[in-house]
Design a protein. Structure first.
Length: 337
């Protein structure tokens, strides 16, 4: 159950309404170094758009002073909303928590706090939305400050998802940075599975969408918590959440192995009939045994990945627990009678 601290709120900015038109959702984990700079760049951008807005900061169980920084931002700016999770649930869940608490009645923007995604791109997303698109997603034209290995693995992942993703068209070179209309967001919030791959869920709900090209900047401060192991696990989430392709691959691999074994058995019978039965070599026997054992273990591992996800879904636990929620002042005011 969420709790709310009693605090004296600063006055509501001029032009604020009972409910913001736009919400900016910002999940954060150990981002104390960059959050003040992010907010300082976000405010003039959002004020320049000319619509009532709020920013929803989600603290995903940070171990540094991120929560204190967020509380300071909330004390200084009434348009700040704070969601503090009870522990670290991971970015995908933290992003979901922020979307759940977004109070905007028109559209929501999702952006990371590390300033790799420039807040100055948000007006372009809003312009695309005002043209009639429900989703405007930011597509990376350049990825500055990233290694060639990370770029290559990301490109490979998007190619794999495009081939085996079925009817879900995952846009290439696109992260979470995007704008969604209220009706697209409401459709997204109806998807409550435990294993969440938000890029895939964004694409799954559909609605008219358009890309907005931008150059991704290097990280402004701090270090990313996304190492290659976490990225690998995230890619597994994406693949297993939106396709049964790995199960089909395991089936076909088993079929090919069985056919190869059958052909090899026939050859052995023919050789025995024609040339007798010489003693088989130990190396070839070990190679066949290890190959078949490897195929079986890989197939069981693929089945286990899907079975584990089914097990987690059947427990029906809540996606997250909120330790504290302080809504923005713009989302607390009641309309004047």
């Amino acid at each position: 159950m969420s709790t709310q601290t009693a605090t004296r709120l600063p006055p509501l900015p001029l032009g604020a309404t009972a409910r913001p038109a736009l919400s900016v959702v910002v999940p954060a984990y150990n981002e104390q170094e960059v959050l003040p700079a992010f907010h300082a760049r976000l405010v003039p951008v959002m004020e320049g758009i000319g619509l009532p807005w709020e920013v929803v900061y989600v603290n995903d169980g940070s171990r540094d002073g991120t929560l204190g920084v967020m509380l300071g931002l909330r004390a200084a700016d009434a348009r700040v909303s704070l969601v503090n999770l009870s522990r670290n649930f991971g970015k995908e869940i933290a992003l979901t928590a922020g979307l759940d608490h977004a109070g905007a009645d028109q559209a929501v923007v999702v952006i990371d706090a590390d300033l790799q995604d420039p807040p100055e791109v948000i007006p372009d997303l809003v312009a695309a939305w005002q043209q009639g698109f429900d989703v405007a997603y930011a597509r990376r034209r350049a990825r500055l400050g990233e290694t060639w290995l990370k770029k290559a693995t990301a490109a490979g992942f998007y190619r794999v998802m495009k081939r085996i993703g079925g009817k879900v068209d995952l846009p290439a070179d696109t992260g979470d940075f995007r704008l969604m209309s209220r009706r697209a967001l409401d459709a997204l919030l109806g998807l409550r599975e435990q294993h969440r791959f938000m890029k895939g869920l964004f694409a799954w709900v559909g609605f008219p969408s358009t890309p907005v090209l931008y150059d991704r900047d290097p990280r402004a401060a701090g270090e990313s918590s996304w190492n290659y192991w976490k990225l690998w696990n995230l890619s597994l989430e994406g693949i297993t959440a939106f396709t049964v392709g790995p199960l089909k691959i395991a089936t076909y691999l088993g079929l090919l192995t069985a056919i190869a074994a059958l052909v090899y058995g026939v050859l052995i019978i023919i050789r025995t009939i024609l040339y007798g039965n010489p003693v088989a070599g130990y190396p070839s026997l070990m190679a066949v045994v290890l190959f078949l054992g490897g195929v079986q273990l890989m197939t069981l591992g693929i089945i286990g990945e899907y079975l584990g996800r089914i097990f987690n879904e059947t427990k029906r636990r809540p996606l997250y627990i909120v330790e504290r929620h302080i809504p923005s002042e713009t989302n607390q005011r009641q309309p004047m009678s």
